[in-house]
Design a protein around this ligand. Structure first.
Ligand code: CDP
Ligand code: MG
Length: 777
């Protein structure tokens, strides 16, 4: 109890601090504007932006804009255009959207909101923001233009491309902003950003006042953040008549977007698509991965020129397929005289330079046999990134999708069948440059009868606790009447409110508490944020900070199929019997040690089967989170490593955050059972947990053929009862194993309490007697 009270005092102080932030931001903005190199003296006079904007909404035509584009000097930098710029400009002028520049400008200038749809690859993401730039000249008006992307990869890759197209350095006039990475400067006028980042900005500035135009791209993906942004922007445009909104989407759902936005006008770019022949398998494929690999190799051996795009579900599967196809492809080259094959992976966590390789041209043909590029990608290549030259698409019909079960409060990523709409998008990728072929590795019957029409929006498939916290921070209290395009299930909403209440982020009336306000400052799951904020109470905020950073990146442990044993041995060097969280901490400390630095960090990672990229990312995230902690005066402390309390303190802090993700060992039986929701689970085999811990906190619930809990650490039940008394109120538990054990725990705690009280009394008595004696002598 004491902890919580002190916490909220701390948070109170912080919220007082926070209220001064907008003013400071305004000051900083003013400073920056003064420094803006391109602004002429007289333009700086206009500080009343509202008036200014309506005054200078000049109307340019496509011809005027093109004249500027064809000119000698870059109007945004004043520097002469490079030769490369001129080359790319020629290609850009061929994109389908280009033919409609005038039409676009007309609709854009005459309306506040518009919906823009076009076939993938028609130039929406790269060109439309530039059309807007040439119309608005934001650098002269002290505004910015934002274009959101559901995926980090797309935001980075497209920003890079558009920086080249505009002949500027990435991070200067054109930048990007994704979670934990902000590549922008005070000159940035066009910002590609993930939808989640724009949502975070909206939490600080409800009116998003720095932007004159916001493009919500890939709206058909219906991510959680895009859905919330749509509801939010629908309100913002009323308050800000000077703000323009463009909803961009592949050719799906256009009507729905239009009617949601009060019948906003629609502009559709007729795509330049070629017919795609569809092939189905005659029967069900038991092993889609194997079947996919065979199909790709067969295409390479028998088909004419044209690159291949294969859709798989995730990093491991993709890397595996890349290796196998490359290996067997090389064999085809040697044995059958086929042309060379270049195989590239593409997935979200791939580093940007590796991603760029998918745009490299296919290898040259050899002895009259075509060389070929094969890209093996997750859903990213479905709509977010367009790869030219694809003629063959291989579609096994699966993707990794988020599912949420509010009853047992489990959110997980599951490999699931795609929708018909997705299948059509995938097939469409084959017909971008000429007629193509799509090989569906499922039967036509399955396509017709088993695939759903459209994937469900993410908001219907997610745990909403982060979202609810964000909405509260956005000043939206009445969640029931928020204008969701598709309102989430009441049960999901209720679960989120309940969870946030247990975390003390919302009070019993559902209002944001100071702690909740503070937690929302962290780009983290509320549970992690609350744990981090409270960890100084346990004298280990430095350590928890590292653990949180390590939990925010893809696994740092590598376990190659053919090298499992060595990899496990390497991992064991860091293992701590109390569990996986502390093991992560050990890895991090070793990674940052002087010895490793001297030895060479990358080499050390390779030697120890550790993912260098993940560790480097965690290190970066740690720094960023630390900055937020410092900004809000959150103490960074740690316990002496030699102290017997060191590990206990960390485990207590973990229990204080993860108290809703706890499993108890089944009495007598095998495996564990989650407390409250009573799900049978096994501890994931990757764990280092040394002993048969009776109570554990876990980071993740993994649904496969069995239910696993992954990344677990043992805790004491007394801590849980002490740190989260409301959640561990016995009366809220069903009769059974967990409840019975908790009752024993409570009894034990009460006995201890009595014993202590007794001792106290005894001590006091002795003290008193001592004093009396003293008096008498
Ligand atoms: O957004 P939409 O799918 O309509 O198209 P886009 O992303 O603007 O891409 C238009 C074209 O730009 C693609 O077909 C590619 O030729 C090119 N592009 C590229 O070469 N490199 C990138 N990183 C992105 C796009
Ligand atoms: Mg796009």
């Amino acid at each position: 109890m004491g902890t919580k009270r002190r916490l909220s005092e701390k948070a109170e102080h912080v919220s007082a601090l926070e209220s001064s932030v907008p003013e400071r931001a305004a000051e900083i903005a003013e400073e920056l504007n003064k420094k803006h190199p391109h602004q002429k003296e007289e333009e700086l006079v206009h500080h009343d932006l509202g008036e200014f904007n309506s005054m200078v909404r000049h109307k340019t035509t496509a011809a005027q804009a093109q004249k500027l584009e064809n000119g000698k000097d870059n109007p945004f930098t004043g520097r002469p255009f490079s030769a490369k710029y001129v080359d790319i400009l020629k290609i850009r002028r061929d994109l389908p959207v280009h033919a409609q520049r005038d039409e676009f400008l007309k609709v854009y200038q005459e309306n506040q909101i518009m919906v823009f749809v076009g076939e993938t690859g028609s130039g929406k993401t790269t060109q439309i923001p530039q059309f807007v730039l040439f119309d608005e000249m934001p650098h002269l008006q002290n505004t910015q233009v934002a274009c959101t992307q559901p995926r980090r990869v797309a935001a980075m890759s497209v920003a890079q491309r558009v920086a080249e197209e505009l002949d500027v350095n990435l991070g200067e006039e054109v930048g990007y902003s994704i979670r934990f990475e902000n590549k922008v400067s005070n000159r940035t006028i066009l910002k590609y950003m993930t939808d989640g980042m724009l949502l975070r900005e909206a939490m600080e500035d409800h009116n998003l006042s720095r932007y004159s135009c916001i493009m919500l791209d890939e709206a058909h993906e219906r991510t959680l953040a895009t859905d919330i942004l749509m509801g939010l922007l629908k309100e913002v445009v009323v308050r800000r008549p000077d703000l323009k909104l463009i909803v961009m989407s592949a050719t799906l759902d256009a009507k729905k977007f239009q009617s949601y936005f009060h019948n906003a006008p629609l502009l559709a770019v007729p795509g330049r698509t070629f017919p795609v022949e569809l092939y189905y398998t005659p029967e069900f494929q038991r092993d889609y991965l194997d079947s996919a690999i065979r199909t790709v190799l067969q295409i390479h051996a028998t088909e004419d020129t044209g690159d291949v795009l294969l859709f798989l579900t995730g990093e491991d599967e993709i890397e595996d397929a890349v290796r196998k196809i490359q290996l067997e492809g090389d064999q085809l080259v040697r044995e059958e005289g086929c042309g060379p094959l270049a195989v590239y992976p593409l997935y979200g966590s791939l580093p940007p330079q590796m991603q760029q390789r998918i745009f490299e041209p296919a290898p040259q043909s050899h002895n009259g046999r075509p060389g070929r590029k094969v890209v093996i990608s997750t859903n990213i290549a479905e709509t977010s990134l367009t790869i030219d030259g694809i003629v063959f698409v291989v579609d096994p019909g699966f993707s990794k999708q988020k599912v949420y079960n509010p009853r047992i409060r489990v959110e997980s990523l599951l490999v699931s069948p795609i929708s018909k709409a997705s299948a059509q998008q995938r097939a469409g990728r084959a017909g971008r440059t000429r007629p193509g072929k799509c090989f569906r590795l499922y039967t036509e019957d399955a396509f017709k009868k088993e695939l759903i029409e459209q994937s469900y929006p993410e908001i219907l498939r997610s745990n909403l606790s982060s979202t609810v916290l964000e909405l509260k921070k956005l000043g939206i209290d009445d969640l029931v009447h928020f204008d969701f395009m598709d309102p989430p299930a009441p049960e999901t909403m209720m679960r989120a409110l309940e969870e946030l209440n247990y975390l003390a982020c919302l009070n019993d009336d559902g209002e944001l508490t100071p702690l909740g306000r503070l937690a929302s400052q962290f780009p983290l799951d509320p549970m992690l944020a609350v744990m981090l904020i409270g960890s100084f109470e346990f004298h280990c905020s430095q350590d928890i900070l590292i653990i949180v950073a390590m939990l925010s990146v893809p696994s740092v442990f590598i376990r190659p199929t053919k090298d499992k044993k060595r990899a496990d041995e390497a991992k064991n060097q860091f293992a701590h019997p109390d569990g996986d969280h502390i093991t992560l901490l050990n890895v991090y400390y070793a990674f940052k040690s002087d010895e490793v630095y001297e030895y060479g960090v990358q080499r050390w990672c390779r030697d120890n089967y550790l993912n260098y990229r993940s560790l480097a990312a965690a290190d970066n995230i740690r720094v960023q989170l630390e900055r937020i902690m410092v900004r809000y005066n959150l103490e960074l402390n740690t316990t002496d490593y030699e102290s017997p309390k060191y590990f206990d303190n960390i485990r207590k802090a973990l229990a204080s955050g993860f108290f809703m993700q706890v499993a108890k060992k089944r009495s007598g039986g095998k495996g564990y059972i989650t407390v409250k929701d009573n799900q049978d689970v096994l501890v994931h085999p990757s764990t280092v947990l040394g002993h048969d811990a009776e109570w554990v906190v876990y980071n993740e619930f993994v649904l496969t053929t069995k239910n696993y809990i992954r990344t677990v650490t043992s805790v004491r039940p007394e801590w849980l009862v002490e740190l989260a008394p409301a959640y561990y109120d016995i009366n809220t538990f069903q009769k059974g194993d967990v409840r019975y054990s908790l009752e024993r725990v409570k009894e034990r705690m009460e006995r201890m309490q009595e014993l202590n009280n007794g001792k106290e009394k005894q001590k006091k008595k002795e003290k008193k007697e001592g004093k009396e004696k003293h008096k008498h002598t």
